[in-house]
Design a protein around this ligand. Structure first.
Ligand SMILES: [Zn+2]
Length: 316
């Protein structure tokens, strides 16, 4: 009984939902350029959350495949038609093995995008924090793939909620190691979507008034990174009042990451996530979190640490 009481107190403290389904792990096996990607990363996080009784089965929301109608708000018809050809998908993603009969990679992106829609919608409707165990394909453009991003799930989710749920102002906080150039370009003339990004290389330099784009050098430390974040993020809320924040909590700024060259520690990344969480939730703004990038066998822990902290310490 005592244990039950402790667990139920835990759930009362930090209510949040997780978005996941088994299709999330299938496609990345084919990934060539990112061989270090832990294909079980998101399942591992879901399993750890369950095993440690941090979440219950009913806390896991199951997304549906995104529809063509939803995709067409962001992507061109010609591009979407081309994604139905697995050979072209394989070429777009530089895969070393392409099976002309198998469309599971596009299906993977459809489920993940459905997950980002569900996370944003649920957070927005219930004023909660919702974690998609995937998503954050921020390099995709309306008419082409880039950087292993086939579908821009961030823009598709924002456009669906604006079209169907009356959402107006959105802040995208992107702390993945890579610049969220696809999202930035898509919203470069949109005063109601503010983009905030701290990254390594600037893929696209865009004239935009409601954005913050900060490029940091190789081997950036915890202290330097967090100082930039602490200085610049609160100021965004003085200029812009979002109704929803979408946070790309990429774990690739981690010093052990096999692609990135920042030197952030596991503790530093948790502090990063807590700073974002507190800035958003102290203003009672709904928060949808996406996993975004992160490579190597320890990468799963970075996202897990954040979810665990919210469940144990977060106030909603
Ligand atoms: Zn990345």
């Amino acid at each position: 009984m005592q244990a039950l009481g402790r667990i139920s107190r835990l759930f009362r403290r930090g209510r949040c939902k997780i978005v996941y389904r088994s299709e999330y792990i299938t496609a990345i096996h084919a990934r060539h350029a990112h061989g270090a990607f832990d294909v079980m990363k998101f399942k591992k996080i879901r399993d750890q959350l369950m095993q440690q009784r941090l979440i219950r089965r009913r806390d896991v929301l199951t997304p549906q495949r995104v529809t063509d109608e939803d995709l067409l708000r962001v992507h061109t018809k010609a591009y979407l038609d081309s994604l139905k050809n697995p050979m072209l998908v394989g070429r777009y993603l530089n895969l070393d093995y392409i099976n002309p009969w198998d469309d599971y990679i596009f299906e993977y992106f459809r489920y993940i995008t459905g997950g980002t829609i569900l996370a944003a919608d649920y957070a927005w409707m219930h004023n909660l924090v919702v974690f998609n165990l995937g998503g954050g394909y921020h390099h995709a453009h309306p008419d082409r793939a880039e950087g292993f991003c086939l579908i821009n799930d961030v823009a598709v989710a924002i456009e669906k909620l604006r079209a169907e749920k009356g959402l107006k102002r959105v802040l995208v906080v992107d702390l993945d190691y890579h610049q969220g150039n696809g999202v930035l370009l898509f919203y470069r003339r949109d005063p109601d979507v503010f983009t905030f990004s701290i990254h390594a290389d600037t893929w696209n330099d865009v004239e935009k008034t409601n954005n913050v784009d900060i490029e940091l050098p190789a081997h950036t430390s915890d202290n330097d990174y967090l100082a930039v974040l602490k200085t610049l993020l609160p100021a965004v809320f003085d200029r812009f009042s979002p109704e929803l924040v979408i946070y790309l909590a990429g774990s690739d700024p981690y010093k052990e990451d096999t692609l990135g060259d920042f030197d952030l520690s596991e503790a530093g990344l948790l502090e990063r996530d807590i700073i974002v969480y507190r800035q958003v939730r102290r203003r009672r703004i709904p928060l949808a979190v996406l996993a975004a990038g992160g490579y190597g066998p320890h990468s799963w822990r970075i996202y897990f640490n954040f979810i665990q902290w919210v469940i144990k310490n977060g106030r909603v």
